[in-house]
Write a protein that binds this ligand. Structure first.
Ligand code: ARG
Length: 251
């Protein structure tokens, strides 16, 4: 018993002693390590073997602006913030909504876009929160969609999936009545299966930001300064228009 407690204390000490790389250390190394999921189209996804998407291009532009090479790391969505706490990479860009819960564990950059969680169903399916009563709703695990859907009273069943694409597949195959996901992602998904899906109401709004290890203020400052430059020099607008046909920055 005493031994276990000692071992646990040692582990905790080790974990907290491990330091995130500061801006100076990252700069000196010449390469920044960025983590994402790679299954959240059009924000971060794979086109064959190539990691791409709005957030990938934006983070690549940030790194370029900061004079750094990028090493991309992909992880299941649910592991991303844990790996950040373990110093496996310098920051995460994976459409994380800024929430008080998450802000206890990580620091957030300024938001890189504003969006919300919206319902998607088959034509004739549920379109509003009230319509979800008695229905089966699917969402990706560890997301703000899950948190918000849980607040709606009367839903028959909320099923979670490791990947958002699997939640969508469950809706398509009739295992669920509704899927809640990002409003821009939903529009993109609907376009890819013409006539099969429709978007319903926006259930909540959120600001999306990059996550940095708690206390790594030197890096957060650089990311914010770089994002702001790209928002002012046309790079952000160009990327946003390319992926969404509109500018999705927070207004
Ligand atoms: N915006 C939602 C959240 O903050 C979902 C993010 C999902 N991201 C992803 N790469 N699958 O939880």
């Amino acid at each position: 018993m005493k031994r276990t407690i000692l071992a646990l204390t040692a582990l905790t000490l080790l974990a907290s002693a491990a330091q995130a790389r500061t801006w100076d250390q990252i700069k000196a190394s010449g390469t920044i390590k960025i983590a994402t999921e790679g299954a959240f189209k059009p924000f971060n996804y794979f086109e064959g073997k190539k990691l791409t998407g709005f957030e990938i291009d934006l983070a690549d532009a940030i790194a370029k602006q900061l004079g750094l090479k990028v090493e991309w790391i992909t992880q299941p969505f649910d592991n991303l913030l844990i790996g950040l706490g373990q110093d496996r990479y310098d920051f995460v860009i994976a459409s994380h909504g800024i929430s008080p819960e998450r802000a206890k564990a990580v620091d957030f950059s300024d938001p890189h876009y504003c969006t919300g969680g919206a319902i998607v169903s088959k034509p004739g399916g549920p379109k509003s929160a009230a319509d979800l009563v008695g229905k089966t709703v699917v969402v990706q695990v560890g997301t703000t969609y899950l948190d918000n859907v849980k607040k709606i009273k009367g839903i028959k069943d909320v099923k979670t999936f490791q990947k958002d694409t699997d939640a969508q597949a469950a809706l398509m195959s009739g295992r669920a009545d509704a899927w809640v996901s990002d409003k821009f992602l939903g529009l993109d998904a609907i376009k890819s299966v013409p006539g099969k899906l429709v978007q319903g109401d926006l259930l909540f709004q959120e600001k999306i930001a990059m996550a940095v290890k708690k206390g790594n203020t030197s890096l957060t400052k650089e990311l914010n300064a770089s994002l702001s430059k790209l928002e002012n020099n046309g790079v952000y607008a160009k990327l946003s228009n390319q992926y969404f046909g509109q500018d999705i920055r927070c207004k």
